[in-house]
Ligand binder design. Structure first.
Ligand SMILES: [Zn+2]
Length: 290
């Protein structure tokens, strides 16, 4: 199984009917190509297509190769102001764009993000771009929270074993001040405790969206969420978010590079995966060359 789905590439050849790309263009590739025929595809929610073919999702190989064939409509040209590393981050940024759009983050939103890993940080950037006026992140790692603050988080909460769930909810409320609570909470860690926290901490009538994927079954405070009318949403990948993410990267207002913690040549892939597995740093970049 060849891995790799967060990818930028250079166009080497195009089919005769491809009009929007030419040889030499640099592109970000949307890894999941849907069937374009089923009811989900036809109604615009192509991320839910049962026949979607996604890079590095069995049985489909990923992009950690010198050459790969890709449907042109799912390759997005990036401008000169977006370099190859940033272009490879269009994919995770699209995850953030999708969850912000789906949960309704807009001008004035007060937002809680649980998890300050790459998706949590990209979600911070996207929420800011969509006009959120207060963004608070939680994590168990102070280094990651420091990066979140540097990249625009208003406040961060370090989650420790000593904190009870009640204390944590109180800390979130405190972070939003004046008896306020988040309008929208985006769960980006996959930790079961965070899936609980976003339901408990979101204001009555607010929205909690599950972006992170952890264990398949989690115990949730569902009665509390129900009687307070917290809307619970799921999120899966993205649909039609790459153009927005490319435009956001091209604006120069996001510090996407801040997440590139390690860089490796293709020949040192194994080392790159060891670093990624260790949890050190954020984004590990592998450069495939001749
Ligand atoms: Zn389909």
């Amino acid at each position: 199984m060849i891995l790799g789905h967060e990818t930028s590439a250079v166009v080497e050849a195009v089919g005769c009917e491809v009009k929007h790309l030419k040889v030499g263009d640099r592109v970000a590739t949307e890894p999941a190509v849907p069937c374009e025929r089923c009811s989900y595809c036809r109604s615009g929610v192509y991320n839910l297509c049962p026949d979607i073919a996604c890079h590095a999702t069995p049985p489909y190989h990923g992009t950690l190769v010198k050459y790969f064939l890709h449907r042109a409509a799912y390759a997005f040209k990036v401008p000169d102001s977006v370099d190859n590393e940033e272009a490879a981050m269009i994919e995770p940024l699209s995850v953030a764009v999708h969850s912000c759009k789906r949960s309704g983050v807009t001008v004035g939103s007060r937002v809680l993000i649980t998890g300050a890993g790459p998706i949590g940080i990209y979600t911070l950037m996207a929420a800011r771009a969509y006009g959120a006026t207060r963004v608070v992140l939680t994590d168990i790692n102070e280094e990651r929270l420091k990066l979140a603050r540097e990249l625009g988080a208003d406040q961060t909460i370090l989650v420790t074993k000593e904190l009870s769930e009640e204390e944590l909810v109180a800390k979130v409320k405190e972070a939003f001040g004046d008896g306020e609570q988040p309008d929208i909470s985006l769960e980006c860690s996959g930790a079961p405790s965070c899936s609980r926290l976003v339901l408990l901490a979101t204001k009555s009538g607010g929205v909690a969206i599950q972006v992170g994927l952890g264990p398949p079954n989690v115990s949730l405070p569902i009665a509390d969420a129900a009687i307070r009318e917290v809307t619970i949403l799921g999120a899966f990948r993205y649909k039609d978010c790459f153009p927005t993410a490319v435009a956001m990267a091209a604006s120069g207002k996001l510090n996407l590079k801040a997440l590139a913690s390690h860089r490796f040549d293709f020949k040192d892939c194994l080392e790159a995966y060891k670093v990624a597995k260790s949890g050190a740093g954020m984004k590990v970049i592998i450069k495939v060359t001749e």
